[in-house]
Design a protein around this ligand. Structure first.
Ligand code: PLP
Length: 353
């Protein structure tokens, strides 16, 4: 059946007519040579937003993480990241495959670990141990359920890491969602981090791209890796223009995405069949399992899809539901009603024999 309501990911948005017009009208040049005006403007704008010196436009957030790892770490080094993070779960082990960098995964509730865990993961220097080179956090946490790191939590892990000489990297794919949820500026969250990036293709609703930021020196080194990995572009202004348009027009819609996630949560939480983790959604991501052992996440997602609602079965028996620019409150309510009736139906079948 045709998918009417796609909550699989906030990457499912289509560029709006206004965004397409902005892309068509972009002033362009050669990005690889540093001559594309819209790309330069976008990088400067995002760097300003994050309180960092400079930025570089990349085809994806996955490449932003990889480039940062390649700059901060050498083959044989180790990085610390949450076990459910995007770097660990869904980047085809790029850190290991391309950078020769090992990962030390931390277990945590909702992707938010603490300073003591970081201290415990940093290996004392020695002939036989990997060199711990880097700490990575996700703001907000993706597969761990859309949770927001507080400034204090960020500073706690960062102080320990930087005290031991580690580089600190923020995967800010949804950093702007954190800001929309709490009112803290993106630069407040990114302050003190050695590198951070935002995705253009999540809440901002662009078709392509991410902007990685850091010091001028970091960005020069990031450029080398961008080029080596084949990420340098030419008239990328047609893509950057979408980012500029989104920062002008779509930022203020992020709170609406969060309200729609809360709307779905309220509808489902009333039924006792769903077990939410985190217990209350903090941003545009809902993550839940089922109180009833008979309901499995993949079966649930399949049934919802038959009824035109697409949700995502993820690791550890969870379902992830993501609201975004192309989801209205009515669509969120309709999706919640479908999810509720599917869960009741599955439980009824299980208990009815
Ligand atoms: C989506 C995402 C990425 C990867 O970004 P792409 O632009 O899809 O490559 C990395 N980290 C997190 C936390 C994400 O949600």
């Amino acid at each position: 059946m045709h998918t009417r309501i796609d909550l699989y990911s906030d990457t499912k948005t289509r560029p709006s007519p206004g965004m397409r017009a902005a892309m068509a009208g972009a002033t362009v040049g050669d990005e690889q040579a540093g001559e594309d005006p819209a790309t330069l403007a976008l990088c400067a704008r995002v760097a300003g937003l994050l309180g960092m010196e400079a930025g570089v436009f990349l085809p994806s957030g996955t490449m932003a993480n990889l480039v940062a790892i390649l700059v901060h770490a050498r083959p044989g080094d180790e990085l610390i990241a949450d076990s459910q993070s995007h770097i660990v779960c869904t980047e085809a082990a790029g850190a290991a495959a391309i950078g020769g960098v090992a990962v030390y995964p931390l277990e945590s509730p909702h992707g938010i670990f603490d300073a003591a865990q970081v201290a415990g993961a940093i290996r004392p220097p020695g002939r036989t141990s990997p060199r711990t080179a880097m700490l990575c956090v996700e703001q907000t946490t993706n597969f761990a359920g859309g949770a927001v790191w507080s400034i204090g939590q960020l500073k706690g892990v960062r102080d320990v890491a930087q005290g031991a000489g580690l580089a600190c990297h923020m995967d800010g794919a949804r950093l702007l969602n954190a800001s929309a949820a709490t009112g803290m500026a993106p630069s407040d969250y990114a302050q003190g981090w050695d590198s951070a990036w935002i995705d253009l293709t999540k809440g901002l609703g662009c078709p392509v791209g991410a902007v990685l930021c850091g010091t001028g020196h970091f960005i020069e080194r990031a450029w080398e890796w961008k080029y080596r990995l084949g990420g340098a572009m030419r008239q990328s202004g047609v893509l950057a223009a979408a980012g500029l348009y989104a920062l002008d027009n779509h930022l203020e819609q992020l709170p609406r995405d969060h309200e729609n996630a809360a709307l779905i949560w309220r509808a489902l939480a009333a039924s006792q069949l769903f077990r939410f983790d985190p217990p209350v959604p903090q941003t545009n991501i809902l993550r839940f399992a089922f109180s009833d052992a008979w309901i499995d996440n993949a079966g649930f997602a399949g049934r919802c899809l038959e009824r035109g609602v697409r949700v995502r079965a993820i690791d550890r028996g969870f379902v992830r539901v993501t609201t975004h620019l192309d989801i209205s409150a009515d669509m969120a309510a309709a999706a919640a009603a479908t999810m509720l009736s599917v869960a009741h139906e599955m439980r009824g079948e299980a208990s009815g024999g």
